[in-house]
Structures are given as structure tokens and as C-alpha cells.
Design a protein around this ligand. Structure first.
Ligand SMILES: [Mg+2]
Length: 298
């Protein structure tokens, strides 16, 4: 097998960003090194496009990113030679969506779950200042967090029994309902793992095409490499339950230690790194370990 090209998929809060301060200073040098050796770092987060765009530029990344828990991938135009099939052009990006739009769920809530309306407040009903108060986000951050495209987070105000009935009702109507830390998320089914797999395939195709063009002599060997998916090594790093889908499908899973909870349990048994340190310190430690095992060419 030839050299493996690394692709890194990373959660943000509690993983690349510190759980409490949202800083990433401890990972800066490693990020810089990854940039120098052309290892793509793909953010894979529950945050919105507006939120990720801000962080993406603070991290000086020019790579694709995955928003709203795998609901869509934003691929900067030019990342690949050709626009990938099944994507649409939005501004400077090619966008692959895995879920129906938020409006579908807002309509569903108002038309088919109206009896529960007194028991909750959705993001769309909250002002920026209320959301800021509820979450500790600044007003600007709250504005960006509210710009969700694929689902509706809900603050539950009622009792537990009614909540269970509400969730059952929505599930029957085809919604996927996930209980988060502060909010209940109502949306279509998507996860971070599905998005990781789709994007990895695009990188694989692009890499294979490049090789086939530049190295006719070794055509057969390279075709074989592509077929056994031997040329890419995916690494996923996350700290929470909602990272499990990507940690299960990546070649190497990095569980970043959280000060808030234990490591979520995984089905996979091998190629798991559990960091000793929290957040960005742990992130950098794991990436350095992986880079030493898989040195990359510029
Ligand atoms: Mg997290």
C-alpha cells in the first residue's frame, strides 16, 4: 500500500475549541503544521453556516465544512477540479444537503402539532437577546446561531410526560427528535458520519483522477489502490455523543476528553485514541501522535 493521505474531521465545541472559553490556542501550532503539509481539516459541527463561517476564517481554513450535525456540506468552489454531482451552487460554495429545509419542520410544528404550542418556544420565536440570555452567547453569536437552515431547536417549557408525547407525535410524523443539552432538536435524519463518508468519497475520486492523469505508467497499481480505498486515512475527533457517528466510520477515532462528561461509548474496538488532556490540548496531542505514525509529504 502506498502512502496514506490524511484527512481530518473535527468537532468544534469541547474538541477543537475549549469547552468553557471557546479558545483554540493550544491547537494553533498543530493546525499550522497540518496546513503546511496540505492535510485538510474539515470542521464537522452542530453549528450553523453563519457560525462556522466565522470560526473557519479565524482558524485560517480554506477547506470544506459540515454544518448542523451533518445536514449539509459547504465545499469552497475549486476544492475539486469539478463540481461534485448532487451539489448546488450557493455563493462561493458547492453545497451538498442531506436533509429537508427548516421550513418543512416549522410548517409541521404549526400545522400538525399545534396542541403542543403552549409547551415550548422554538428558536424562530426567540429574540436574539432571549437566546443570548438562555445560552450565554453574545448577541452577535446568538444572531448567527439562530440562522438555522435544516432544523428547529426547541426550548421545552412543559412537563416530562407531555414532552414524551410531543416527541412520539413528531417522530410518527417523520421527524428526528434529539434531546440536546439545552434544547430539543427537531429536524430530518442526518448525522456527522454520513457527511464524513460522502466527502471522503469525493476526495478519493479526486485523488484517483489526479494520479491517473499524472502517472500513466502505474495505472493498474493506482486503480487497485483506489478500489481498496487504500490511499486516504480519515481521522475524526470529537468529545460528545453526537460525534459517535463520525467516530465509528473514520479510520482512526479520537475521543477528546471532556471536563463535563465521560467518554461516550463506541461500538468499534480498535484504532481509538482517548486523549489525556481536554479540548484543544487533547486535540493537538492526538494529531501529533497520528502525524508521527503517518508522516505526510508536502
Ligand atoms: Mg462537542
Amino acid at each position: 500500500m502506498g502512502k496514506l493521505k490524511l484527512i481530518v474531521f473535527s468537532d468544534l465545541d469541547g474538541t477543537l475549541l475549549d469547552h468553557c472559553t471557546y479558545q483554540f490556542d493550544a491547537a494553533k501550532a498543530t493546525l499550522e503544521r497540518l496546513r503546511t503539509i496540505n492535510v485538510p481539516v474539515i470542521l464537522n459541527t452542530s453549528k450553523t453556516f453563519a457560525e462556522v463561517k466565522e470560526i473557519h476564517s479565524a482558524l485560517k481554513l480554506d477547506t470544506p465544512f459540515i454544518i448542523e450535525n451533518g445536514a449539509a456540506i459547504y465545499i469552497p468552489k475549486g476544492t475539486f477540479k469539478q463540481q461534485p454531482a448532487d451539489t448546488k451552487r450557493v455563493g462561493d460554495y458547492w453545497v451538498k444537503s442531506f436533509c429537508v429545509q427548516r421550513q418543512h419542520w416549522l410548517d409541521l410544528l404549526s400545522r400538525k402539532a399545534a396542541q403542543y404550542a403552549p409547551h415550548y418556544r422554538g428558536f424562530s420565536q426567540l429574540s436574539d437577546s432571549t437566546l443570548s440570555l438562555l445560552t450565554g452567547l453574545t448577541l452577535q453569536q446568538a444572531t448567527r446561531a439562530k440562522q438555522r437552515q435544516y432544523g428547529e431547536p426547541i426550548q421545552w417549557l412543559g412537563d416530562e410526560l407531555t414532552k414524551t408525547q410531543f416527541i412520539q407525535h413528531l417522530t410518527k410524523l417523520g421527524a428526528t427528535v434529539v434531546q440536546g443539552g439545552r434544547f430539543i432538536h427537531v429536524g430530518g435524519y442526518c448525522d456527522k458520519g454520513q457527511a464524513l463518508s460522502w466527502l471522503t468519497k469525493k476526495y478519493q475520486q479526486s485523488l484517483t483522477n489526479e494520479h491517473l492523469k499524472t502517472d500513466h505508467l502505474n495505472n493498474d497499481r493506482l486503480k487497485n489502490d483506489a478500489h481498496n480505498n487504500g490511499s486516504i486515512l480519515t481521522v475524526a475527533l470529537g468529545d460528545g455523543e453526537n460525534d459517535n457517528s463520525m467516530l465509528e466510520v473514520a479510520n482512526v477515532a479520537v475521543q477528546v476528553r471532556s471536563p463535563a462528561h465521560d467518554f461516550p461509548s463506541l461500538h468499534r474496538q480498535s484504532k481509538i485514541i482517548q486523549t489525556l488532556q481536554y479540548g484543544p490540548e487533547g486535540w493537538a496531542q492526538a494529531m501529533q501522535q497520528i502525524l508521527s505514525a503517518h508522516p505526510q509529504q508536502n
